[in-house]
Design a protein around this ligand. Structure first.
Ligand SMILES: Cc1cc2nc3c(=O)[nH]c(=O)nc-3n(C[C@H](O)[C@H](O)[C@H](O)COP(=O)(O)OP(=O)(O)OC[C@H]3O[C@@H](n4cnc5c(N)ncnc54)[C@H](O)[C@@H]3O)c2cc1C
Length: 560
């Protein structure tokens, strides 16, 4: 929320909305509760925050709690593969990154919560560990499936050149996007939401504007400016202090005085391990996934700012409950012969040995760099059939070459970054192929997936989830199928909720369902039902929730 120094105290405060200073008066009953700020693509101020370090606050709270509850944590262990037998997951093989030792974990339930796969792109806001190895573990079982892998979000304001994010809170609080002439261009493209259109829209508009020659030239390519000077030093040092530090440390500028060079950059993976609502894989019993690693259906083909940490909290809470229930049930008992575990360990050991002893092989760094470039240039913000076909062909070639990787520099079996890069690159190439192939086959535009050659959203033919799998180790390309989406059980039938012209080819069932929804709502409202009862009648959800979470949230009111 835009504010001056008096934030934190009761009463009025100033905020910047659409480049104007306005005064906001908080209701007495809301004082002291979690506050919310404006974010892209939303009608209400609904994004809860702690300064511009919401994620860090959550991380530290979680870390403290884990220590407080004496949760056993095994550090520096990287999951390498899943142990499976006859459609059941029995745990994972992990590698100690310091000693190189391989360890087998045998478990009733195994959960993958390894985050997104942004690092298959050359520039990403993601942590460097977000390389998609978690999704690859699932894929490599040949049984578990991935969902909507081509749904990749770009964030408008990562700094140039390194790609570190400046939060959407910059624009939420009133920051502006300017071009090489210092001109505020977003109102021309999006007169209603301006800088606060959803991320995919702003990223595309920025790219369009740069393509028109309005970008600022730099040795790292063209960029635009983010101006938060308008918010004032006091606000920046309080509510955007991480942005200030990033600008000082990585750009050597003061954002209270200088404009920030920004460009759209890979940011979020909507796709992931396909799960049921319980978080369990649809096809591999005992395997669970949650958070950004999963395709749990909170997002679809787009993701609004703030919705991701909500997903980690909500899915973490629910999925953990389902996992506990599963582990307590008779159904979870496991019987696996120790020879099978030894085979799983040996398989990983042999793979590592091959990488270390290969002669005249491929350099993983070269393959990886090329993969990252292909993903950025040909499977990026705007996509088209020609580029995507080239991307798929070249990625397949790189994948074939990756089977013959040789670790050149150090042959150490213990702490060895070159070895780590080698086996991760093999996995990353598989993930890159699922993204590129999914994007090539999806001949429509939907959410963050924008096809220049198919600009319409096509609900008639494409209202489905993309499912990828790798059933046979010898394949050089993932298998792709599609999962139907049931309109008849939706509370909010699919429809155009973007800006500007509606280019959607609507599904015939949408209209039918909308009429049903309207009729049920009208009837229940007349009978005096509250909004939770109406919601449940439209889309029964209570039985799907663990009992202890079936209550309703307390609210002060709609707009407090
Ligand atoms: C810069 C930035 C800002 C963001 N800001 C917001 C925001 O304001 N609001 C919002 O809602 N969302 C935001 N997001 C998105 C959100 O932070 C992430 O989606 C969320 O943190 C994902 O949480 P996670 O627990 O699923 O995965 P992560 O937090 O990515 O954690 C994954 C963990 O898995 C570990 N791991 C990975 N591979 C392996 C392996 N093979 N073996 C063992 N461990 C492994 C990693 O070390 C890591 O600890 C932001 C993201 C970024 C990058």
């Amino acid at each position: 929320m835009g504010s001056s120094l008096e934030q934190g105290k009761k009463g009025s405060r100033t905020a910047i909305i659409n480049a104007q200073k306005v005064t906001i008066t908080e209701k007495d009953e809301a004082h002291g509760l979690i506050t919310a700020r404006d974010f892209g693509g939303t009608k209400k101020w609904r994004t809860c925050y702690t300064s511009d370090g919401t994620g860090h606050s959550m991380l530290y709270a979680m870390d403290n709690k884990a220590h407080q509850d004496k949760v056993e944590i095994h550090e520096r262990l990287e999951a390498m593969s899943l142990i499976t037998d006859e459609g059941r997951c029995y745990g994972a093989v992990a590698r100690n990154l310091m000693t190189g030792e391989l360890v087998a974990y045998i478990s009733k339930a195994t959960t993958i919560a390894t985050g997104g796969y942004g690092r298959i792109y050359s520039v990403s806001t993601n942590a460097i560990i977000c390389q998609g190895t978690g999704q690859a573990l699932a894929l490599e079982t040949g049984i578990a499936t991935l969902g909507n892998m081509e749904a990749i979000q770009f964030h408008p304001t990562a700094i140039v050149p390194v790609g570190i994010l400046t939060t959407e809170g910059c624009r939420g609080d009133g920051g502006l996007l300017l071009d090489k002439d210092g001109y505020r261009f977003m109102p021309d493209y999006e007169p209603d939401k301006k800088e606060l259109a959803s991320r995919d829209v702003v990223s595309r508009r920025m790219t369009e504007h740069i393509r028109k020659g309005k970008g600022v030239k730099s040795r790292y390519g063209d960029h635009l400016w983010l101006d938060i000077t308008i918010l004032g030093r006091a606000h920046i040092e309080k509510n955007l202090r991480e942005v200030k530090e990033i600008c000082e440390n990585f750009l050597g500028i003061d954002p209270a005085v200088d404009w920030i060079p920004v460009r759209p950059t890979q940011h979020y993976s909507m796709g992931g391990i396909r799960t049921k609502y319980t978080g369990e894989s649809q096809t591999l019993k005992g395997l669970y996934s949650c958070g950004e690693a999963a395709c749990w259906d909170l997002h679809g083909f787009n993701r609004l700012g703030g919705n991701s940490v909500s997903e980690t909290v909500v899915s973490g809470m629910l999925v953990a409950e389902y996992i506990s229930d599963f582990c307590d049930s008779y159904d979870s008992s496991i019987h696996i012969h120790s020879s099978k575990i030894e085979i799983a360990l040996k398989k990983e050991k042999d793979k590592l040995e091959t990488l270390l002893t290969n002669k005249h092989g491929e350099d993983a760094y070269v393959l990886r760099r090329r993969m990252e470039e292909i993903m950025m240039d040909k499977v990026g913000i705007f996509r088209n059939g020609k580029d995507l076909q080239e991307a798929v062909d070249e990625l397949e070639e790189l994948y074939k070459r990756s089977k013959n990787i040789e670790v050149f520099r150090s042959k150490s079996r213990a702490a060895n970054p070159a070895l780590v890069n080698a086996y991760r690159t093999q996995k990353m190439l598989k993930i890159a192929l699922t993204v590129a192939l999914g994007a090539l086959l999806r001949t429509e535009s939907r959410g963050a997936h924008s096809r220049e050659d198919f600009p319409e959203r096509d609900d008639e033919n494409w209202l489905n989830r993309t499912i990828t799998s790798w059933p046979n180790e010898g394949q050089t390309m993932p298998s792709v199928s599609y999962e139907k989406i049931e309109i008849d059980t939706m509370e909010l039938p699919p429809g155009f909720r973007g800006y500007g012209k509606d280019l959607t080819k609507h599904h015939p069932d949408t209209k039918v369902r909308q009429e049903k929804v309207d009729a049920i709502t009208e009837k229940l409202q007349a009978e005096g039902a509250n909004r939770f009862e109406i919601q449940h009648a439209l889309m029964p959800y209570l039985e799907k929730l663990p009992k202890k979470y079936r209550g309703t949230n307390e609210r002060l009111g709609e707009n407090v």
